[in-house]
Design a protein around this ligand. Structure first.
Ligand code: MG
Length: 298
């Protein structure tokens, strides 16, 4: 039996809050090595702000704010994912001087300002995690549509800044896995239906039989390896997020991606109350509101 909308909505809201919580948790230790984190925090497990961005406790970074900018554009387009609207929303987001911005995002948004073309040129180099980190609003807006349509929506938003096959593979995998979890599918089902085919099609993403991926870079392959090792082989909402951000490196983004997956799988009850309390209340409200609007009547 298909789950009721209320159940799907609760998992969607947990995914959006999970993204923000993982971002806020990880930002403190972004660009640190596991050894540096251990020396300073023992285990980093609380939302305390700081880090290289000197964030106030509970503040989030580009992972969450770009997702919210994208979500707003999709809501304004009544649930459609239009590349031009996405590009304009990201451009407005960049003009508002965000706390941080990735190099690929900046370069291709500057190119959009000049050309007016919302699709970045294909690039072997643009395999960063910047499109994957903000895929959640598209997964929510395209929930219930045929898989081929979901993939088209995912690429429309991704190609504004990242026109790259590995980025596409990661973004499509994440959106489809998130939708499976919203429907109530188990981790085992999603492992067989989404994770294994991803690794078969793109062996670079293999995360088992390899050393623990520590200090993951912004390369989407390393990002996803770290996330999958924590999400599948550690599990649990809090334990997964703590495990992934304590690897350091691009910890706000590994936290954000792990957070959306964990939220969709484990639901609202799994979100640690102390983390929700620490999260910027405006961000918390925006995530909840957007989850509801993006999902629509479904
Ligand atoms: Mg960030």
């Amino acid at each position: 039996m298909a789950p009721a909308r209320a159940e799907i909505l609760a998992r969607a809201e947990a995914a959006y809050l999970g993204l923000a919580l993982g971002d806020a948790l990880g930002a403190t230790v972004e660009f640190m090595t596991p050894r540096e984190i251990a020396r300073e925090f023992g285990v980093h497990r609380d939302i305390t702000g700081g880090g290289w961005l000197r964030l106030k406790p509970g503040r989030v970074t580009d992972d969450t704010t770009m997702s919210l900018a994208l979500g707003e554009a999709i809501i304004n387009d009544r649930g459609e994912v239009r590349a031009l609207s996405c590009a304009r929303a990201f451009d407005a987001w960049m003009r508002a001087k965000p706390v941080d911005i990735g190099n690929t995002v900046r370069r291709n948004l500057v190119a959009f300002r000049r050309s007016g073309d919302p699709e970045a040129p294909p690039s072997e180099q643009d395999a960063g995690n910047g499109a994957a980190m903000r895929v959640l609003p598209v997964a929510l807006a395209s929930f219930g549509r045929p898989e081929a349509e979901v993939r088209v929506c995912v690429r429309a938003q991704a190609h504004v800044t990242h026109h790259n096959a590995m980025s596409d593979a990661a973004c499509e995998f994440l959106a489809l896995a998130l939708q499976d979890f919203l429907r109530g599918d188990s981790l085992r089902e999603v492992f067989l239906r989404r994770v294994q085919p991803l690794v078969t099609a793109h062996p670079a993403f293999a995360f088992r039989g390899r050393p623990r991926r520590e200090y993951p870079s912004g390369w989407v392959v390393e990002t996803l390896q770290a996330v999958l090792q924590s999400f599948i082989d550690v599990g649990g909402f809090e334990s997964c997020l703590v495990d992934v951000v304590n690897r350091g490196g691009d910890a706000d983004t590994t936290g954000a991606i792990a957070g959306m997956l964990c939220g969709a799988l484990y639901g609202m009850a799994a979100l640690p109350p102390r983390w929700l309390k620490a999260l910027d209340p405006k961000v918390r409200a925006a995530c909840s509101d957007q989850a509801r609007s993006l999902l629509g009547p479904c």
